[in-house]
Design a protein around this ligand. Sequence first.
Ligand code: SF4
Length: 339
Amino acid sequence: MSDQTFLAPERAAEHVSSTEQRTLRVLLAGPRGFCAGVDRAIRVVEEALRRYGAPVYVRHEIVHNRTVVEGLEAKGAIFVEELDEVPADGHVVFSAHGVPKAVPAEAERRNLLYLDATCPLVSKVHREAERHFAGGGPEQRHILMIGHAGHPEVVGTMGQLPQGAVTLINDADEARSVQPEDPSRLAFITQTTLSVDDTAEIVDILRTRFPDIEGPRREDICYATTNRQEAVKAIAPESDLVIVIGSPNSSNSQRLREVAERSGARRALLVPKLADLDWSVLEGVETLGISAGASAPETLVQEMVVALSEHFVLQIEERIVKKENVSFRLPGPLATSAD
Ligand code: SF4
């Protein structure tokens, strides 16, 4: 898991150079940043590099964060989009988002040595989908997947079953209009990184329209997504601006930005890293909330706080709504008793 410590106010104060600097109150959301699935996926690549040597190929960004990807590239990882870019004797890692079944099948066909860094909480949704499909037998249900079209996790989850077995529901309107062939034999699953509130609305619509639908008690949104959204809700009402550190292609980071705005922040912005910050957005801001998506390392938060401390006298408060103590073992071939 990531180190959740932040720059201590005393240390931040060391950076104050002028008595004319104005005060900025900073509310740090906790938990924020790396989740157990991201932490594990990065360890998979690092351990593969240690055991097998560079290069190790990684299919798709291992997690949606450029800083993480560039850090692994510097250590010898090569990121590819498809398996045909991997040489015959190469080691290849599948990303935390999961992959359609066709991908490991193709890796086996090509005799590639592959390691699966799919987050165990995404794999759990894969197994749920398979259970509802029930091998295409008499218990089979058609599956409605709540998620965002094109996201790699959605592609991977839908790809666990034959084409046509899963219908994607992108939003509440689609939940209202979907016309399944047999409304009495349905199940739903969800992407793990959705907005908790939006998904609750969609699930309500589906349960009302299709009372026999099977599914998880609420949804499949993971603990990390849920906790980070709760933490942002706790700081947003007091914040003139909330900065979410995360990449634009990171689903959970995008959701955090939306949650901040809906929960009372005057404005919320996604900022991939310090260099992308437009300092003019801080004009008139007296209280700044900061969070980070599940794929953003804590170092990016600390860099941001240090830079802020060079422009303002900071009053830092960390608001922790939940302590997390989750970690996942490395997958089979890399697992050791120390994991
Ligand atoms: S956000 Fe949730 S599902 Fe995704 S990698 Fe992290 S723990 Fe796993």
